[in-house]
Design a protein around this ligand. Structure first.
Ligand code: ATP
Length: 206
């Protein structure tokens, strides 16, 4: 990286739906990593998610709403247009060629970090980007797994982060409960997302 290089982050996910944990993590990454830009990249067909995802158009609309208040976030829908499985390494390579000289950061939660060694060309990720991990439980340290692998190319940037007990799984389950769907999720998602879920009848169990 050259001094003063542009700093570009990538934060990928299903965002089905986006929630307060995602928004807080994006804000923390922008501020602490001093990013010029954070690309929020909703997945197309994520090869590692067994569940059928909500249509891309809804997830994209919700991502735009959820991150609208964070200057510096660009919601990037390129993976949704890719045929077949999408891989983070391909997206990072595209960013590298579009923004030559930029220092790339890959931001993720600890669950994704733990799964990283199963990702396509995962070791190349560290060559192209610095990885920044947000813990999801108190007292866990996903980065430690890489320390113990003695993998010399690993590059990490620390993120000060107080774990937030919120997941999209939990929100889908709450939204599926007709009796208190709105109330149940109100504290967990931005108001615009609660409205979108309600108006589009998402996550209703048949
Ligand atoms: P699901 O419950 O459906 O698996 P999720 O809440 O993990 O969803 P994703 O869209 O899969 O949400 O996550 C996108 C990224 O955000 C991943 O890197 C994930 O680890 C991270 N993330 C999600 N929730 C949190 C959280 N509460 N704290 C830290 N990172 C989080």
């Amino acid at each position: 990286m050259t001094a003063g290089a542009r700093r570009v982050g990538m934060f990928g996910g299903a965002f089905d739906p986006p929630h307060n944990g995602h928004v807080a993590l994006a804000g923390a990454a922008l501020a602490q990593l001093q990013l010029d830009e954070l690309r929020v990249v909703p997945t197309g067909h994520a090869w590692h998610k067994a569940r059928i995802l909500t249509p891309a158009s809804d997830r994209l609309a919700m991502a735009r709403l959820a991150f609208a208040g964070l200057p510096g976030v660009v919601v990037d829908d390129r993976e949704m247009h890719r045929a077949g499985p999408t891989y983070t390494i391909d997206t990072l390579r595209e960013f590298a060629s579009e923004q030559p000289g930029a220092q790339l950061y890959l931001v993720m939660g600890a669950d994704q970090a733990r799964a990283l060694p199963s990702w396509h060309r995962w070791q190349d990720l560290f060559q192209i980007a610095i990885i920044s991990i947000a813990e999801r439980e108190q007292q866990e340290r996903a980065q430690a797994e890489f320390d113990s692998m003695n993998f010399p190319h690993a590059r990490f940037a620390p993120l000060q982060w107080t774990p937030m007990q919120v997941s999209a799984t939990q929100i889908r389950a709450l939204a599926g409960n007709r009796h208190n769907a709105g109330q149940g999720i109100a504290q967990l998602v931005p108001a615009s997302i609660a409205r979108y879920i309600e108006q589009h009848h998402l996550y209703r169990t048949p």
